[in-house]
Write a protein that binds this ligand. Structure first.
Ligand code: TRP
Ligand code: SF4
Length: 400
């Protein structure tokens, strides 16, 4: 059975912090039990902005993979790999580039934003313009149904859908398509064949969307279809073309407002982070020196948690009882700021314990990590090659 796949990637441009953990990784960990998941290090995407300092990427790749495993991404459930180890991504990127209008890429909102934001870098490059197209190739090559991403990435998923639609439209034609699709429908077998054709009619003649959904579900459950027949039957549902590259959906990660040490969102560019595997002393020091409500100059000055970044962390880490203790104690000046910070330190260290333990395994024996990734790259590559065979054939590049 072809199960719906989840795919996501992360650029390798530095070590991961608690913002990544609460915002992204916990979400991945939750998904892996439900779907076949593919998670990869987007080292080529990192190069689009760090082409002058590739050593940053080289340094980050393995650390990042250890961070994922530390956070609980399970290599027995998820496929972990490195983008550049699956060169098929580049081939699909190239082939898609042929028919992608420049305007589509220029109009992606992140394009001009990022050029503005990263003024220290010259991003008027061919590679950077192609960023969303490379991302489209990453997604489409696995025929991923769901792509967990943050709000900022939604335009990239949108353009991926447009690129897929255009590809299927241009290259999903096939001589004798209808006959082949009907043959394929017969292979569904007895009742299923009949149901499929009825649902197709209901959709095509009456525009019945729920019939379309049911027919898709029926196809998704069909065990014995070859890839080509699958594509035909999905395409035949909606019209007379094969769906070679299915359109993915964004799986919006609920915006995590993981606060940093200064109360702003935790982000490397603000220098307000705690990294995933930071050592104890350093965490203690960072929390101890965090700014608090400026009104609390002395121990007996009352404060207001609403004006204090430490309170933001209590909202993430503390239970009701502790929060009440903070709120009362701060307003009445009955607790000191260091005292108030202590439960946050404890919670972060507790949260970190299992992560450190999982990471240790790979620090002790780096060959374990290499093996997981080699295995993941093999699996990813097989899946990617399967798609590429279809893609080359659709473009007439097989010359058989
Ligand atoms: N652009 C993504 C980001 O910055 C990273 C990425 C690259 C990605 N390829 C992808 C995410 C494919 C999801 C799917 O976060
Ligand atoms: Fe902030 Fe706690 Fe100090 Fe109040 S007591 S100012 S909440 S650190």
């Amino acid at each position: 059975m072809f199960q719906e796949r989840v795919l996501s990637g992360m650029r390798a441009t530095g070590s991961l912090h608690l913002g990544h953990y609460h915002g992204v990784l916990k979400n991945w960990v939750g998904l892996q039990a439900e779907y076949p998941c593919f998670f990869f290090v987007a080292d080529w995407h990192a190069l689009t902005t760090h082409y002058e300092s590739p050593e940053v990427i080289e340094r980050s790749v393995w650390d990042m993979l250890v961070d994922w495993l530390a956070a609980g991404v399970d290599p027995a459930q998820s496929t972990l790999f490195i983008q550049s180890r699956v060169p098929e991504h580049a081939e699909l990127f190239l082939l898609l580039s042929m028919g992608t209008p420049l305007g589509w890429l220029e109009r992606v909102p992140t394009y001009k934003d990022q050029i503005e934001k990263m003024r220290d870098k010259d991003l008027s490059t061919y590679g950077f313009l192609g960023y969303p197209l490379l991302q489209a190739a990453d997604i489409l090559i696995y025929r991923a149904a769901h792509v967990p991403v943050g709000e900022d990435q939604v335009p990239h998923i949108e353009i991926t859908r447009e690129i897929a639609r255009r590809f299927n439209y241009l290259y999903g034609r096939e001589p004798g398509f209808s006959e082949k699709a009907q043959e394929a429908a017969k292979k569904l077998g007895g009742k299923r064949t009949k149901l499929y054709l009825e649902l197709r009619n209901a959709y095509q003649e009456q525009g019945d969307e729920s019939a379309l959904e049911s027919a898709r579900a029926l196809l998704a459950e069909s065990q014995s279809l070859s890839l080509g027949d699958r594509e035909r039957l999905f395409g035949y549902l909606e019209g007379v073309r094969k769906i070679i590259l299915p359109e993915p959906q964004a799986l919006l990660t609920a915006a995590s407002r993981m606060p940093g040490l200064d109360g702003q969102k935790m982000s490397k560019s603000y220098g307000n982070t705690i990294s995933l595997r930071e050592d104890r002393q350093s965490i203690e020091k960072k929390i101890r020196t965090m700014p608090t409500d400026p009104a609390r100059v002395r121990r007996h000055d009352p404060g207001n948690p609403e004006k204090c970044p430490v309170w933001q962390l209590h909202l993430v880490y503390s239970d009701e009882a502790t929060r009440t203790w903070v709120d009362k104690g701060c307003r009445a000046a009955s607790i000191g700021c260091l005292e108030c910070k202590q439960p946050v330190v404890e919670s972060i260290l507790t949260e970190q314990q299992p992560m450190l333990a999982r990471a240790q395994k790979y620090m002790d024996d780096p060959s374990l990590l290499r093996a997981i990734v080699a295995d993941g790259c093999d699996k990813a590559r097989k899946a990617a090659q399967e798609t590429m065979r279809e893609v080359r054939e659709a473009l007439g590049l097989t010359y058989s």
